[in-house]
Design a protein around this ligand. Structure first.
Ligand SMILES: *Cc1c(COP(=O)(O)O)cnc(C)c1O
Length: 386
């Protein structure tokens, strides 16, 4: 099954059958504690649910199979997963992170990781030469990239960055939330770790918070990531693990449908009189298109952003126009998050606040599973009404 197509791995969730009941759908394991053997051993390998839970096994195995990973760990959220990778490092370690990245992780790095002694440097990850200059051989422990990166969808060349990171003795970790394992396999391109906000596409129904980190190698850093989960306790709940597994079974269908619609929507609004720019890796004129084409397959994902033009008479600037467009959408729901069945629109600058590289006229669009014609018509009427 591990060598099957991703569609088959996802649809059957690796084909597990419950040993005791022959159930095709797994039970929800809720026990927080496990019986110790009479001779004082724990042969089951399970002790306490903060460290581990049988509810995780199948979802972790499915994500590992889809990513070509050695192991995967589920966490209570994408942020719990991402921060575990950094918390496994030591004070004084130098790490590189992107200027354009998921805002909450950038804020955590600056608000907590730096005061706790991590030497964090933000660089332009779209330029491998800039990464080369920032790397300090023997001192840089981790390079963190996100591709395509929220919410400008900037593309990072994973293979080129991995090569440079490894030459300097650093690990490369990729936040692949927007790409999903269907469209990009960072480990096959040379990355050491791949992280997902499983809250988004892996689950796909906007009904849970979860995160995952997968590794190519079982090394010392990975053992510390495991300890972070067990000791700090950013552990996923049983019911959420079960919902995640259920969502994973349709990952391939959802991601392909969202990508196809996003491509259509991006093409439709390129050159639109009320749209200054469409940011989408699938557009030939987009800065990261060539790299995206080389490292993504089967589509460019369901996320795009548009920059809205202000009114010609100057009464409405781009920011006010963008907020007005979001106010007039009916199908596109004004909400944060992404990767669910329903399409979402968000004025990102309002969310990210000061220090964000996001232009004020930008609307982030998460394309869901509605018909693309309906989504286009709704955005057309909202742009006309702004
Ligand atoms: C949502 C998101 C996260 C954080 O995930 P949570 O589950 O909300 O903690 C991290 N990275 C990216 C790219 C995201 O979209």
């Amino acid at each position: 099954m591990k060598d099957a197509h991703p569609d088959t791995i996802a649809a059957q969730a690796l084909g597990w059958i419950d040993e005791t009941t022959r159930a095709i759908t797994p039970p929800i394991h809720v026990s927080s504690t496990y019986l110790r053997d009479p001779d004082n051993q724990y042969r089951s390998g399970r002790i306490y649910a903060r460290a581990d839970n049988p509810a995780f096994d199948q979802a972790e195995a499915v994500i590992s199979a889809l990513e070509g990973a050695r192991q995967t760990l589920l966490f209570a959220s994408g942020m719990a997963a991402a921060t575990a990778v950094f918390q496994a490092l030591s004070p004084g370690d130098h790490v590189l992170a992107p200027r354009v990245m998921y805002w909450s992780l950038r804020n955590w790095l600056l608000d907590f990781a730096v005061p706790w002694g991590l030497d964090v440097e933000l660089v332009d990850m779209t330029r491998p030469a800039a990464v080369q200059v920032a790397l300090r051989p023997g001192k840089t422990r981790l390079v963190w990239v996100e591709t395509p990166a929220n919410p400008l969808w900037s593309v990072t060349d994973i293979a080129a960055t991995a090569q440079r990171a490894h030459a300097a003795g650093a690990l490369l970790a990729v936040d692949s939330t927007a790409a999903t394992p269907l469209l990009t396999q960072p480990l096959a391109l040379g990355a050491d770790l791949v992280m997902h906000a499983a809250t988004k596409y892996l689950n796909g129904h906007s009904d849970l918070l979860a995160g995952s980190v997968s590794t190519r190698q079982d090394n010392e850093h990975w053992q510390r990531v495991r300890k972070v989960r067990a000791q700090i306790g950013g552990t996923l709940g049983s019911f959420e693990a079960w919902l995640l597994l259920r969502g994973l079974r349709t990952l391939h269908l959802r991601v392909r449908a969202a990508s196809a619609s996003a491509q259509r929507i991006a093409e439709h609004f390129s050159g639109h009189p009320r749209v200054a720019e469409v940011l989408y890796p699938g557009l030939p004129g987009f800065a990261g298109h060539a790299v995206a084409q080389a490292q993504m397959r089967g589509g460019f994902g369901g996320m795009l952003s548009i920059r809205v033009r202000g009114s010609a008479d100057g009464t409405l600037d781009g920011e006010a126009a963008a907020i007005a467009v979001a106010a007039h959408t009916r199908l596109w729901k004004r909400a944060t998050s992404l990767g669910g069945t329903e399409s979402l629109v968000e004025h990102r600058a309002s969310v990210e606040g000061a220090g964000s590289p996001v232009p004020a006229d930008l609307l982030r669009l998460s394309v869901g599973l509605e018909h693309a014609d309906d989504l286009i018509a709704d955005l057309e009427q909202a742009l006309a009404a702004r």
